[in-house]
Write a protein that binds this ligand. Structure first.
Ligand code: UT7
Length: 325
């Protein structure tokens, strides 16, 4: 039976110009390149310039995605922007993107699910498209986590970086089978009982400050592999597929050890996993679209292939999206 599908028609990313290597961090905190590499796989991250905001990164990624799709801003009727580091408490960073790309109709809003934000935003886009309420949706993950890091806390400041990634999804009619192009399944989860394991110690209503990121890394790690494996299994079960049917896994890029642990648990070959954690660090909501774009543009991800994206982050939140590109 025919079914409306949210089909990927363009991608774009943007990373700030400044690269911060592990050796640069050695000058700031008591750490070493060896520790960071062995515990996380991260070698470098990108840091936004003074005066360069989340919206600036998002706008650059959005414009590249529009060019890639051969579309104009006015062709988009919804922007869903996932971020935990908006320019301001309000208005939404999404409306700044809306104006900058020349879109003066439709709607634009921000979505907050921390590192799982892009998966949540894809699920939102998919549901707007399936409900017939949007024809073309720009999904963006954009972050400037460098602004909420405690640069004296070696347990967190070595992990994160800045960046933005965008994908454009278009409503197209499919056959209603897993051979269709587009988003085939999405699964979202959250469990607020763990909200104190990864959080920011500030906010407009509580402290009237922006605050800094705090994390119990060991505990987050412990939950990450289990939750991510569950999100992947949800997708495979609903689609009636096995792990070996998936061409590419594009996970949230938090830690190479989490990627390896998940692969081992599910029996997935490392050669099917896109990893950009060494180059980008953890860019929160931007990490999945950044990794996807690298593998698409270097020719690994090809038209018609099945890609499973997943993420896990503060809240806890976690989820997956299965897409035929
Ligand atoms: O995107 C959202 C999801 N976030 C995550 O998925 C992050 C999950 N957690 C992790 O990735 C890991 O837990 C970390 C990379 C954060 C930490 O790795 P770990 O193997 O869990 O290390 P640990 O926290 O147990 O720390 C081991 C030691 C400690 O020293 P003692 O107590 O054994 O003397 C830390 O103080 O390493 C020390 N340490 C460091 N040493 C050098 C912590 N950070 C650093 C550092 N450089 N940057």
């Amino acid at each position: 039976m025919s079914k409306l599908r949210a089909v990927l028609v363009g991608t774009g990313t943007y990373l700030p110009a400044r690269v911060m290597t592990n050796d640069d961090l050695v000058k700031l905190v008591d750490t070493t390149d060896e520790w960071i590499t062995a515990r996380t796989g991260i070698k470098q991250r990108y840091i936004a310039a003074d005066g360069e905001f989340t919206s600036d990164l998002a706008i650059k990624a959005a414009n590249i995605a529009l060019d890639d799709a051969g579309l104009k801003g006015s062709d988009i009727d919804l922007i869903v922007l996932a971020t935990a580091t908006p320019d301001q408490t309000f208005p939404a960073t999404a409306v700044r993107v809306q104006t900058a790309i020349g879109m003066n109709h439709g709607a634009a809003f921000d979505l907050q699910a921390v590192c799982s934000g892009f998966i949540y935003a894809m699920a939102t886009a998919d549901n707007f498209i399936k409900a017939g309420q949007a024809k073309r949706v720009m999904v963006i993950g954009a972050e400037t986590f460098s602004r909420i890091l405690d640069w004296e806390d070696r347990t967190t400041c070595v992990l994160f970086g800045d960046g933005a990634g965008a994908m454009i999804f278009e409503a197209q009619i499919g056959e209603g089978t897993s051979e269709d192009k587009g988003i085939l399944t999405t699964h979202l989860h959250s469990d607020g009982q763990y909200c104190d394991l990864l959080y920011v110690d500030g906010g407009p209503s509580s402290t009237q400050t922006v605050g800094h990121l705090r994390m119990n890394g060991k505990e987050v790690f412990r939950h990450a592999v289990k939750n991510i494996a569950e999100a992947i299994n949800d997708s495979l079960t609903e689609a009636g597929l096995e792990a070996e049917d998936i061409n590419w896994f594009v996970p949230h890029q938090a830690n190479q050890r989490i990627l390896d642990g998940t692969a081992k648990r599910l029996g997935i070959g490392n050669e099917c996993i896109v990893s950009t954690v060494a180059q980008h660090g953890n860019t929160s909501a931007a990490s999945v679209p950044l990794a996807f774009d690298v593998a698409r543009k270097d020719g690994r991800i090809k038209d018609g292939q099945l890609v499973l994206m997943e993420a896990m982050g503060g809240g806890f939140t976690w989820g997956s999206a299965l897409v035929r590109v």
